[in-house]
Design a protein around this ligand. Structure first.
Ligand code: C5P
Length: 301
């Protein structure tokens, strides 16, 4: 068994995201299609036997604001639920931008639960990890499996889908931090006038294996920001989406509650050219592709 493990915690895009309504617990019911992508944070874990007395070491680069580490929160929850008492050393290279709708913090949290479960030798069943994951955030359960999924509820009802093949995704971030609670609050104040009719689930799922140029997907947050966002937000999203389309994207959208936009390309060379053109203009641009089924990938044992 390994005492150390290096993993890649992937980012995701929501190629479809509808906010169906506010619930009595303050969360919102969603309908979304998640895709895990082959680009993520690199996390190295080491776990020590409980009899070795040493402090935990968690180093995250670039540094996060104090109290903001989803990795530290996941370690602490794992300890309190399982009684696991070994020290941990974790080094994280954060490559996924923050507040970007790409699920970086959630993916890191899921990777932490999964790796601690393995390195501690406890091997809890997946449903227990799922329970812990939901306590850490609505997007965390998805990352335990990754791949592609039709997701409802708060984010915890996950139906795996076959990921689309041979598609290239170019992520583009305008350099705006988009807070999730603030985005949902804006939706509560304005959203009811924006909601449109829902498509049947079967139609949404079927479309995933079809041509992205005719995908029926939409993101309610994008509609919200384009009509009610600040001038800088409206301008940023409009320009990126127009540029992606002009550069040959077959589909373009917004991930999560922002701020990363994405273009979907059938042709790799067109995607490469688009990435190159966009890197020079925006704070972050990255070409990647949907992961086949898995999420968190072991790089080194
Ligand atoms: O679950 P998570 O901690 O990631 O959610 C952050 C915030 O986003 C919540 O406090 C809530 O305001 C909002 N949220 C929501 N409905 C969801 C997911 C998130 O209202 N399904």
């Amino acid at each position: 068994m390994c005492a150390a493990l290096t993993v890649e915690a992937p980012c995701k895009v929501n190629i479809h995201l509808r906010v169906l309504g506010r619930r009595s617990d303050g969360y919102h019911n969603l309908e979304s299609i998640f895709l895990a992508l082959s680009f993520g944070d690199i996390l190295r874990f080491e776990v020590f036997e409980p009899h070795i007395s040493r402090p935990d070491e968690i180093r995250i680069q670039p540094e996060l604001p104090a109290g903001d580490s989803s990795i530290a929160k996941a370690v602490s929850l794992f300890r309190s639920v399982t009684g696991f008492s070994g020290a941990v050393k974790i080094e994280a290279e954060k490559r996924i931008p923050l507040g970007a709708g790409l699920g970086g913090g959630s993916s890191d949290a899921a990777a932490t639960l999964m790796v601690l479960n393995r390195l501690s030798g406890l091997f809890l069943p997946e449903r227990e990890l799922q329970r812990m994951a939901l306590q850490l955030g609505s997007d965390v359960p998805f990352f335990l499996r990754g791949g592609a999924a039709y997701v409802t509820g708060r984010g915890e009802i996950i139906e795996p889908l076959d990921p689309p093949e041979h598609l290239w995704i170019v992520l583009v971030n305008p350099g705006i931090f988009s807070g999730t609670p603030e985005a949902f609050a804006l939706m509560d104040r304005n959203g009811d006038t924006l909601w449109t009719q829902q498509l049947p689930k079967e139609e949404l799922v079927r479309a995933l294996s079809g041509d992205p140029a005719s995908w029926p997907y939409r993101n309610d947050f994008l509609a919200l920001f384009l009509s009610r966002g600040t001038a800088a937000v409206r301008d940023g999203y409009t320009r990126i989406l127009e540029e992606l389309e002009a550069l040959g994207a077959d589909f373009a959208g917004l991930s999560g509650s922002g701020s990363t936009c994405f273009g979907v390309f059938k042709d790799k060379r067109v995607a490469e050219k688009a990435e190159k053109a966009l890197i020079s203009r925006w704070s972050f641009a990255q070409m990647t592709f949907p992961l086949a089924r898995t999420g968190i990938t072991v790089l080194k044992c």
